[in-house]
Design a protein around this ligand. Structure first.
Ligand SMILES: Cc1ncc(COP(=O)(O)O)c(C=O)c1O
Length: 354
């Protein structure tokens, strides 16, 4: 008899299985690998790693760089295996039996899973029909359920829209619990709320190297909060949970982050260009985005998805039971050539020309 943890069987899993797409625009990754100059320096850095030592120095070095960039203390930063690990640990730190976590819906699908994993009670808060978050109603809900943790994803995945920093502050100061602000896509928006941390003990900002910095494979993320908060969250991490290869690579990438500015700008420009083109297709509803992806709604989304797959194009098709996302497809930005191909495939399908 194998006596697993209660309810483990019922735990939803994230389906990470992937087809070998020719044009892969389904996971909001960077379509480009590291800039050649950065890659060269990363490879060089990896050649003098002390594999026999625990990676204290490498952890500290990256923390120091991030702290310097945000003008905060080193004790205000924690690193994680992607922002996934950060989010999971924050849920863990504020979770447990009887604890309540409020998060928007539709949003990052993992919030529901992390809440369950943390044995906390999940309270999804519905976005309106345009996927906007009603700030006052959200605050009300957090207060009403007497939540222990509230989560906001800004800009939001998969809807692409964003709250202003003033709106984030409004939420932060009017709730009586921690607010985890997931800024996985903030580099494509340009307006982070990290500056509020000095004024609010309850604000925790999670960031990642996976999107704008094209390092999804290395699994590096970080969080910023007041020292008292990071001290507590840190208790939930294993010692040496970050591996030296990822730390050393991220250290170089962070040093050279200016090299990524042109490609972030390119992604933003492409997002605008493709948004305008999609808007011209009458049959498709397209949602404005501040990220590296665009969400569309189309009556024949399932058939369109199949058609795109037949062409070797992978977009994200949401299952029929994903709340609020019926008939929605999410398309990450690729290179200009890739985006053109994806757009003409969509245009042809919609015009019945496939
Ligand atoms: C909103 C959001 N947060 C967090 C993550 C986790 O990313 P990572 O663990 O690669 O940092 C993702 C990944 O898609 C995401 O969309």
């Amino acid at each position: 008899m194998l006596n697993y943890r209660k309810d483990l069987e019922k735990m939803p899993s994230y389906d990470g299985t992937e087809k070998d797409y020719r044009i892969k625009v389904n996971a909001n990754e960077s379509t480009l690998n590291l800039p050649p100059l950065v890659e060269e320096r990363v490879i060089n850095r990896l050649s003098y790693i002390a594999f026999n030592r625990y990676p204290n120095e490498e952890y500290d070095s990256l923390v120091e760089q991030i702290a310097r960039n945000f003008s905060v203390g080193k004790n205000q930063i924690l690193l994680g295996g992607g922002s996934s690990e950060i989010i999971e640990k924050v849920f863990h730190a504020f979770g447990g039996e009887g604890k309540k976590i409020v998060y928007p819906q539709p949003s990052f699908s993992m919030y529901k899973i992390y809440a369950k994993a943390a044995d906390a009670q999940a309270f999804p808060f519905d976005l309106d029909e345009k996927f906007d978050l009603d700030v006052d109603a959200f605050i009300k809900k957090v207060r009403e359920v007497n939540a222990d943790l509230a989560v906001v994803c800004n800009p939001n995945n998969p809807t692409g829209n964003a709250l202003t920093v003033a709106q984030i502050e409004e939420i932060t100061k009017n709730i009586d619990c921690a607010l985890l602000l997931d800024e996985a896509y903030v580099e494509f928006y340009g307006r982070s709320a990290f500056g509020l941390i000095k004024n609010y003990l309850n604000l925790i900002v999670a960031r990642t190297f996976s999107k704008a910095y094209g390092m999804a494979a290395a699994r590096v993320g970080y969080m910023i909060a007041q020292e008292e908060v990071t001290r507590m969250i840190n208790k939930t991490f294993m010692p040496y949970h970050m591996n030296v290869l990822s730390l050393a690579a991220a250290d170089i990438v962070y040093q050279m982050r200016d090299e990524f500015v042109p490609r972030i700008q390119m992604t933003v420009a492409e997002r605008q260009r493709i948004f305008e083109q999609l808007k011209n297709l009458r049959e498709i509803e397209v949602f404005p985005s501040q990220t590296n992806f665009i969400l569309i709604r189309y009556e024949k989304a399932a058939a369109l998805n199949e058609y795109l797959e037949s062409l070797g194009i992978g977009v994200r098709h949401f299952s029929a039971n994903a709340p609020g996302l019926k008939n929605c497809l999410r398309i990450s930005m690729g290179t200009r050539i890739e985006n053109d191909e994806v757009f003409s495939a969509i245009k042809n399908f919609v015009a019945g020309k496939q």
